[in-house]
Write a protein that binds this ligand. Sequence first.
Ligand SMILES: Nc1ncnc2c1ncn2[C@@H]1O[C@H](COP(=O)(O)OP(=O)(O)OP(=O)(O)O)[C@@H](O)[C@H]1O
Ligand SMILES: [Mg+2]
Length: 238
Amino acid sequence: MGNFPLVLNQINKSFNDGDKSIKILKDLSFSVKKGELAAVIGPSGSGKSTFLSIAGALLTPDDGNIFINGKDVSGLSDFQKADVRLHSIGYIFQTSNLVPYLKVEEQLGLVLKMANHNTEEKSDHVRILLISVGMEHRSSHYPHQLSGGEKQRVAIARAFANDPDIILADEPTASLDSNRSAAITGLISRIVKKKNKAGIIVTHDEGVLPFCDRIYAMQDGQLLEQTTKRGTNNESVQ
Ligand SMILES: Nc1ncnc2c1ncn2[C@@H]1O[C@H](COP(=O)(O)OP(=O)(O)OP(=O)(O)O)[C@@H](O)[C@H]1O
Ligand SMILES: [Mg+2]
């Protein structure tokens, strides 16, 4: 399991709809390797976000196991799960979810503070992260002063701030035009490769797929790997 920071085994999840219980995930098993970016596609309502929330220890399955860096988190308390999330997982959402009243550099500083990162190194670390996403020139800006693509760049830097082994992105390009979408996906893909992270992108955006190593479709509550490779990593995208 050492090469697989994230392993899901036989996950089931149902939600109640009135007095009916609807099964969304059915005996779903999935894993992602270090240095690999996986895409998850599928119709609206098929369970992609539910899967990602369970993979990120944000939502508890009805049964099944989730191994994060080899550790079974299924039986952990909420407090223990929060600790695993803080240190092992970076999240990127459809909208950047930046804190409106914090400057760009403070958004990252907050994450480092929560994880008790060494204070002296903090400002250097923040600067390096912002350089890696091409946003160091906006470090004193507030979110409302940034474009959609710039906000997503900051959100990516924030997701990688604690050096998590797993990066989970739920429709990170949904609010962007196709050029920005390619730039953002290229950026996620490059950082995943360079830092040897395991990444998952849930997407409706076909333009994301050429950047991904594997493509899975959510179908009848399970993730099925698609055999047709849609493209190869495009390293030239900035
Ligand atoms: N907390 C909840 N309570 C009840 N039903 C839920 C809950 N969360 C999700 N569902 C239902 O589970 C199904 C799967 O939802 P999910 O958000 O995982 O779909 P999705 O594939 O991400 O869809 P989309 O592409 O629209 O984002 C939907 O029918 C949704 O209504
Ligand atoms: Mg969703």
